[in-house]
Design a protein around this ligand. Structure first.
Ligand code: HEM
Length: 559
């Protein structure tokens, strides 16, 4: 929804801006002359109407070079400037695009609101060029980058060009295999808390449990402990709300849809002294203050200084970042840069992982035989953990050399479980948390023989490339982890199987995410049996990520 509103707002703003630039200087003198004023007003009304007609019907539907690409017809909806919007919104996200790809091929155009032509690319060769060779000519949409940049600062998710290249170079070592290896023991802590919390709820046998709620708290703790070296403890039963997380949710979850539409159409409303605006600004201030506190604490931790709570572990992303130095200049990241990155990691890494595990449990509840097979495989590795170890009471206070005796499986032991690996790959294929991303074309550019005009919106759809018949066969829409032992799936290249995208902007947190998902899934499957509620159909709803709708409620019982 937020991206739709962002689009609407930017389209309206762009059209008004262009109009005013062209017509403003002509109308101004006429409006000041009493005799010409009525004509100026008539012109002021008819002019924009003719422009809107020209732009949204003639230019978008006939003159724009994207019209030469194959794609679905629009019919009468064109008259109401709806483009293919109705087909797109009535069906499940990405489903019409998948059907169009099967019908028209690896590069298609369809029309958005105001009949604006969109391009969608699923051809691996073209994707490679867009995501690697020309990655900085295809940039993130400006309105999204500006919104996120205003709140969180310009972190890796929204930086472009040289700034992005620099940040990426500084941050790559922070997410190295070795760094992630060191985080594995801490990642077990929120999983264990979730097991305790659900076990408490189940005291009298099997019960219905809201899966995403619990997992969302667990993944928030994973990113807080392993990302910031701070324990929100939100998955501990009865934990008080956390200021930073509350403020963060207020900013990104926002208010109801009607208010958001109103604000998108009338951006000046953001500046009025309304309750919503005051709370929004207060929330941004809280994010700023609280995240800066985390940075200050991490600096102390990394310099070996002990303080109040006795925190000493330095195996979190933030502590590692404080020690990174630029090769050329020898400079480290300043406090504002660190702050922007940690908030970026929270934005990018919290919900994506919780929905992945939620969808995995949904599919496993639909396929009990696969669930049993998985439990059988993981029990040898997940059953000997010593949950009495101090790590599980205070992950931040336990130093690297005090971890012996926790009997936590290692990074390699977990990754050597082939069926767990298949299950995780399969859920990220079938229900990628980011089903589609998009880019704006910076300047007119020809790629693979196709002209991408400046300003065009290009969609890159894992939900299509990961399910299309040409790459996955007839059962691309079926959850079948064993496909990963077969040649077809094994042959899928990086621009076909790309839940974390590919190229220069591939998810920097993918190793972190994969091991986190495996740990949470392993701990939960080892402790519980999950059964689907009969007669409930769970659909995919696109919010920031692909979420279950209605909420996923499963019968949960101890094994
Ligand atoms: C299942 C979990 C995850 C999925 C499916 C996922 C997916 C993605 C995708 C598709 C992108 C590219 C977006 C675009 O360029 O349009 C991305 C970027 C990014 N992700 Fe993830 N992500 C996950 C978890 C994480 C985690 C745990 C972190 C951090 C701890 C993280 C940090 C980032 C960052 C910083 C970027 C921006 C990278 C750049 O532009 O250079 N992600 N992610």
């Amino acid at each position: 929804m937020s991206s739709l509103l962002g689009n609407l707002q930017s389209i309206a703003e762009q059209q008004l801006q262009v109009l005013w630039q062209k017509a403003g200087p002509l109308l101004q003198p006429l409006l000041e002359n009493e005799q010409w004023k009525p004509y100026a007003i008539t012109l002021g009304v008819l002019g924009p109407l003719s422009y809107i007609f020209y732009k949204n019907y003639i230019d978008n539907l006939y003159l724009n070079p994207l019209n030469r690409l194959p794609g679905p017809p629009i019919g009468w909806d064109a008259l109401f400037m709806l483009g293919n919007f109705r087909s797109i919104t009535v069906a499940e996200t990405a489903r019409p695009q998948l059907d169009w790809t099967e019908q028209y091929g690896g590069i298609i155009r369809y029309y958005g609101l105001f009949n604006i032509p969109r391009v969608m690319v699923s051809d691996p060769e073209l994707l490679k060029q867009i995501l690697v060779t020309h990655q900085y000519d295809f940039v993130k949409p400006k309105e999204l980058a500006e919104f996120i940049g205003r709140i969180l600062g310009v972190g890796l998710l929204v930086a472009e060009g040289a700034e992005h290249r620099h940040q990426r170079k500084m941050l790559n070592p922070v997410f190295s295999v070795n760094a992630i290896r060191g985080m594995v023991p801490d990642m077990f802590v929120p999983g264990k808390r979730l097991v305790d919390s659900w076990t408490e709820e189940l005291s009298d046998g099997a019960k219905e449990i809201n899966i995403l709620n619990g997992l969302s708290r667990a993944t928030l703790d994973v990113i807080s402990i392993n990302g910031f070296g701070y324990d929100y403890a939100s998955s501990v039963p009865g934990a008080p709300p956390n200021d930073l997380n509350e403020a963060y949710n207020r900013v990104f979850a926002g208010s109801d849809t009607f208010i958001r539409i109103l604000f998108a159409i009338f951006p000046f409303m953001r500046k009025l002294p309304l309750k919503r605006n005051i709370e929004f600004r207060k929330a941004i201030k809280t994010i700023d203050t609280e995240s800066m506190k985390l940075v200050t604490e991490a600096r102390k931790r990394s310099s070996g200084e002990k303080h109040g709570s006795g925190r000493k572990a330095t195996r979190d992303l933030l502590s590692i970042m404080t020690k990174e130095r630029d090769e050329a200049s020898g400079e480290g990241m300043d406090d504002n840069a660190l702050q922007a990155q940690i908030m970026t990691f929270l934005a990018a890494g919290h919900e994506t992982t919780s929905v992945t595990v939620t969808w995995a449990l949904h599919e496993l509840s639909q396929h009990p035989e696969i669930q049993d097979q998985l439990r059988e495989e993981i029990k040898s590795v997940f059953s000997n953990i010593n949950y009495e170890h101090p790590l599980f009471a205070d992950p931040i206070g336990v130093d690297e050399n005090e971890l012996a005796g926790a009997n936590v499986p290692s990074f390699d032991e977990i990754n050597n479980l082939p069926f767990l690996n298949n299950v995780v790959k399969e859920i990220l294929r079938l229900i990628p948390p980011v089903p589609m991303t998009n880019r704006t074309v910076e300047k007119d550019i020809v790629v693979g023989g196709y002209l991408f005009p400046k300003g065009a919106r290009v969609f890159i759809p894992p939900a299509v490339t990961q399910r299309m018949t040409s790459a996955w066969g007839e059962d691309g829409l079926v959850f079948r982890p064993s496909r990963w032992d077969e040649p077809l799936a094994q042959a899928a290249g990086p621009y076909t199987y790309m839940p974390f995208l590919a190229g220069g902007r591939q998810c920097i947190g993918y190793r972190f995410a994969l091991i986190e998902i495996k740990i949470l899934l392993g701990v939960l499957i080892n402790a519980f049996k999950f059964t689907a509620k009969p007669g409930v159909e769970i659909k995919k709803r696109q919010a920031i990520t692909w979420r279950p709708s209605p909420d996923l409620i499963l019968y949960v019982e101890r094994v």
